[in-house]
Structures are given as C-alpha cells and as structure tokens.
Design a protein. Sequence first.
Length: 239
Amino acid sequence: MDPIIVTASTPMELSLLGEAACAVPIGGVGHLQAYRGAIGGREIILAVTGLGKVNAACATTLLLERFRPEFAINTGCGGAFAGCGLGVGGLAIAESESFADEGVQTPEGWKGLDLIGIPVFQGRGERIFNRVPLSGELAAGALACAREHGFAGGMGPFLTVSTCSGTASQGEELLRRFPGICENMEGAAVAQVALIYGVPLLEVRGISNMVEDRDPARWDIRRAVAEAQRFLFIYLEKA
C-alpha cells in the first residue's frame, strides 16, 4: 500500500503522533525533518514543514514527489471564527481552503484573485482562484469518525492567511470575503500543491483560540494540538 503523509508546521503538532507511530528519522527529502512510522499497519510519513505558505508548499512538493502517497493530511492548530460552533479544544475539519488575503485592494474594497483573471491552478476542467477544494470523501469520513469517538468538532471552509487576525474586526472582514470556520497559515498552500499532483487531502486542526481581539491568556495551544493528534491516531488506525 502507498503511505499516508502527515504534515504540520511545528514539531509539537506532530510529536504525539510520532511517538504513537514509533516514527524514526528518514532522509531523502531535502531540508525537511521527516520521520517514518506505522499506525494500524499502515506506513505513515510525518514531516515538519515550517511556518507559513512558502514553507508548506515547498515541503508538500518534496513529499509528494518522493513518496507518491495514497492521500495526505495537514494538521496543527488554528483559530475558530465567532459563531461557527467551535471552541478552544475543539476539532475543525476542512471541506475547502481559501487564500483569504491574496487579491486586490480597490477603492471599492478588497477583491479576490478572479479580478486579476489569472488562476492559481488550471487543469482537469477546473480554474481555481482563491478557493481550493479538498477531498469531500476524506472530510466526511473524518467527521463521522470524530462524532463516533466523541470529539467536539465540526466541518466547514478554512481560511489561510499570511497575517493572523489579532482583532475581532479583522476576523469579521475575512468572513465578509469568504465563509469559514477556521483560520490558519498553511492549509491553502498544501491544498494547492495536493491539487496540482492529484493527491487527496484531509485537513484537521485543533482549535487553540478564537478569532477575536488578541488575548494569549485565553489560548490553549497544547490542548489543541493534543486533541488533533489524538483524533488522527484513531482515524489512521482505521484508514
């Protein structure tokens, strides 16, 4: 069977999963910190991409070229938008990703990449501008698994940004551009590369904070990444 690739931006977001998979370091993937292990009899490749879209896209390209996986998973933590039904410690599953701050600032306000008219991906009958689709089958299966095992979670669109929203008003502005339940800094880049290679992608994030006026005292990053990894271990055992 082909392996399953799991990526995250920091070591902490993969450490528990790596322990559970008895993962060991591997080479042959350029600059990446990458590890090989097994869960449920399936080979798992874990890789730390680094923060942000450029690191995520570069890492995903290296991994897909090297391993040709059955599917890929992007994980880590993220911020939940107000009113989405998720709270700190909850689980968010992506049905799509959007490049939420790539576009054109006009006198009439912000406009998406379709105003420029040049898609970020074109092929297989698709022209993709800001919104990148993810595997509906993988997302639906993950949501069913989460509900079966009692995780507090939800599924919906994700928004990827270069500048994290540190104010409630910025979060509201992003939601005027695109619907969304979770903000992050890598997912759309991973989704774009996976789309180019024709590899199905699942994105699952633990909620570390709400998208509101910045208050780190209300965050719980460790809980968020632990819940995401606890879920993924259960999910991968059945994959």
